[in-house]
Design a protein around this ligand. Structure first.
Ligand code: BTN
Length: 245
């Protein structure tokens, strides 16, 4: 296993470029990094603010031989790698909000966008986009209340290539562990950073909202939620609001 890194000055979206490279047969371990994205995308068709030279905007191609239902595991794996990297670089232990938000003091410092190229039941490529706010001192008004950066949280500025190097090391380590030993060790690490489990939540899915207690994540990486009537729901993808207790 090895990474081949494509460094770009400015692209519409590293995610879009990585999709294109994966379609053309790019190997597992291909990484696209850009100084700036002019059309960065987040989950649920949101845009992702990606100004020049301040954050880490990257997309990674993986090609695990796993069935489609297990794809959410990769999001959680990458979230653990991002959390471990932030912890090592800043000494702050971040929180993970299922499935993909990395938070410090309740504000989002990084997000992960996992997308697939797949046959009917088998994954061909997983394109994992990672956006990490590093040296921003401030954010546009619309996201200022919910966004933060490593610089804002620590009062320091960071050398981004060092963070990228640490992140790729952690990712490689966790991915190899995953291929050899399966999801369980990753799940345990993820639970250590989780702020979702055990909380009263509202999960907003494409099919409506589900209110209940987040019981845990399953072996495939879905979120298990129990509603008041006692029914248990398994959620593949949603936006989670954690209710204050
Ligand atoms: C989210 O939290 O909604 C996911 C954000 C993912 C942003 C990253 S930045 C690099 C890659 N390229 C994109 O256009 N998006 C992802």
């Amino acid at each position: 296993f090895g990474w081949s890194v494509y460094d770009q000055e400015s692209v519409p979206s590293t995610q879009q470029l990585a999709h294109q490279l994966a379609h053309e047969g790019a190997e597992e371990g291909t990484v696209v990094i850009a100084e700036e994205q002019t059309a960065g995308r987040g989950r649920l068709n949101r845009s992702w603010h990606s100004p020049k030279g301040t954050g880490i905007w990257m997309s990674i191609i993986l090609r695990p031989s796993i069935p489609l239902q297990q794809a959410p595991q990769l999001t959680l794996l990458v979230a653990v790698a991002v959390a471990q990297t932030i912890q090592e670089i800043t000494n702050i232990v971040p929180d993970i909000k299922w499935p993909n938000d990395i938070l410090i003091n309740g504000k989002k410092v990084a997000g992960i966008l996992t997308e697939l190229q797949a046959d009917p039941d088998q994954v061909r490529a997983v394109i994992v986009g990672i956006g990490m706010n590093v040296n921003q001192k401030q954010f546009p008004n619309d996201i200022a209340p919910i966004a933060t950066s490593l610089a804002i949280e620590t009062g320091r500025t960071f050398h981004r290539p060092k963070i990228v190097q640490t992140l790729l090391q952690k990712l490689e380590q966790l991915y190899e562990q995953y291929l050899q030993h399966g999801f369980l060790p990753i799940k345990l690490l993820w639970e250590g950073y989780s702020v979702t489990i055990g909380q009263q939540i509202v999960a907003r899915t494409l099919n409506g909202a589900i209110r209940g207690v987040a019981l845990g994540i399953t072996d495939s990486g879905t979120l298990k939620v129990q509603t008041e009537d006692g029914a248990v729901h398994y959620i593949y993808s949603a936006d989670i609001e954690i209710k204050k207790q």
